[in-house]
Design a protein around this ligand. Structure first.
Ligand code: ARG
Length: 273
């Protein structure tokens, strides 16, 4: 039986991909030899922004900086829960300056609780917020010590999950929170170590299990407001299972940003104020 779902208005921080490009390769999706159509990336991104606004959400913007081609992926810039900002610290030097750009944005926008992290963590790329905890990825980017650091800062339990497939180097490529008021998630089990898979099975026995094809189409790089689930349109296999659960899938085409190794969620940092 389909549940009736309720959307909650959200606030997202986004960055226009005005300088988006693939000039280095820090994940298996990036190939600097392949051309990138920056105007197309921008047009696709604008559709995502229009979609959020059409759904009644608020979109804030951070200024893109030349020389930071991955800045469009704002989800990596911080984790914001209860109005508290846990800053990022990037694993690769190419992206390092993005952390400071984000901290400056938060300071300029009146967020007083700012934590400059000690350990490497790539924001919401590896931290997912559910009702009862934070799920935290490790294995490729985020240092496991950042999990404890985040737990101490937010006062919420942090559950560490080991990522094992380099194609899913961030947690938000392997797992999506569908309903953050009820601990409902979707994930691709093979992206996780056997022990972490077991943890997910215990915590979320009713989770939506994604196929490899849908995970490779970045179908788990989705953003949910509790009712609408915005996801890459190519992840067609997820539409039916989402509808069965009472969600409304909304497909978008972010194919140009896929070349950087990201999609919907990567472009949307949720500001939980
Ligand atoms: N090129 C970026 C990187 O490899 C993509 C980041 C994608 N963001 C995400 N939240 N998964 O760091």
């Amino acid at each position: 039986m389909a549940l009736s779902r309720r959307a909650r208005p959200r606030r997202y921080l986004m960055c226009p991909p005005a300088h988006f490009d693939v000039t280095y390769a820090i994940n298996p999706w990036m190939d600097p030899a392949k051309p990138v159509d920056t105007p197309l990336a921008l047009a696709q991104w604008e559709q995502l922004r229009a979609l959020y606004r059409g759904l009644g959400h608020t979109v804030d913007q951070i200024e893109p900086r030349p020389g930071l081609p991955d800045m469009v992926f704002t989800a990596n810039g911080a984790t914001v829960v209860d109005g508290r900002v846990f800053g990022a610290r990037f694993a690769h030097t190419e992206r390092e300056p993005e952390a400071e750009e984000h901290l400056e944005w938060f300071a300029a926008h009146g967020l007083a609780h700012l934590h400059v992290p000690v350990h490497i963590n790539e924001g919401e790329g590896d931290f997912a917020v559910t009702r009862s905890c934070l799920l935290a990825g490790r294995g490729f980017r985020t240092n496991p010590l950042a999990h404890g650091e985040a737990q101490e800062y937010f006062g919420r339990p942090v559950i560490g999950l080991e990522l094992v497939d380099p194609r899913f180097y961030h947690l938000d490529l392997a797992l999506a929170v569908l309903d953050d008021s009820a601990d409902e998630v979707a994930y691709y089990p093979a992206a996780f170590s056997p022990g972490s898979r077991e943890v997910l099975r215990r915590l979320f026995p009713h989770a939506l299990i994604a196929t490899e094809d849908d995970a490779l189409a970045f179908g788990l790089n989705a953003v949910s407001d509790g009712h609408h689930v915005v996801l890459p349109q190519a992840a067609a296999g997820l539409y039916g299972p989402l509808r069965e659960r009472g969600f409304e899938p909304v497909g978008v085409d972010l194919s140009e940003l896929h070349k950087g190794g990201g999609s919907v969620k990567c472009c949307s940092l949720e500001l939980r104020l």
